[in-house]
Design a protein around this ligand. Sequence first.
Ligand code: SAM
Length: 242
Amino acid sequence: MHRLYLDSPLQAGVVALGPSAMRHVRALRLRAGDPLVVFDGGGGQWQARLGAAGDSVELLAFEGVEREAAQAVELAVGMPANERMDWLVEKAVELGAQGIAPLMTSRAVLRLEGERAERRCAHWRGVAIAACEQCGRNRLPQLRPVQTLERWLRGLPAAGGAARCLLAAPSQAQALPLARWAAGVPAGQVVLALSGPEGGLDDAEIGLALRAGFVPVSLGPRTLRAETAPLALLAGLAALRA
Ligand code: SAM
């Protein structure tokens, strides 16, 4: 069944489609009367039918379907360059990330500010929406604005608040294996996971994260790429909580 995200809170009745939703419907080659599933990103989905002119949907029945990960994870990543960040956003959404914070770090290749940063975030939001449509998630993950690591850390509640904070650390002697670290996280807590860019985090940034309460965690003896490590974390935590 085709799935369509609509960017406003939904309730039973007929909803007019905006230009981008109409383009999407045309791309899917849907015809008047065809059934589809519609969701607004806030949870649950609607059984729906495409209207006669193809410019509206009739919402028929709400279903409280949830497909969120058992372990809520907020990812903060030193942005990898080029299409690798698109790839990371798409896969992170599929793997259930609750939020994604793209960070500028001292060794990150990608520097984004002002309008360019906003445009890129809007693009990543589109990638996240498409991933939700494809994988069946009915809750849209939060895409945070691009910011520096320092600023992101400053914005966290003291010691990460109720969240448990993990620093993906390839070369820290005292890093805990993921399973050992996760065993100490009570069920229901949001995990904040910080992972570095292509060149890794520098010593000052690692020091800041440690002082903010982040615990170094290892994903094994191999150095994973900047887009692989956060995905391995998400998959690992999901498997440990399953
Ligand atoms: N030479 C860099 C370093 O030592 O940090 C390599 C950076 S790696 C390409 C990108 C990021 O992925 C790292 O900063 C780290 O956060 C994460 N990472 C890669 N391999 C990892 C591993 N085996 N365990 C934990 N984190 C890892």
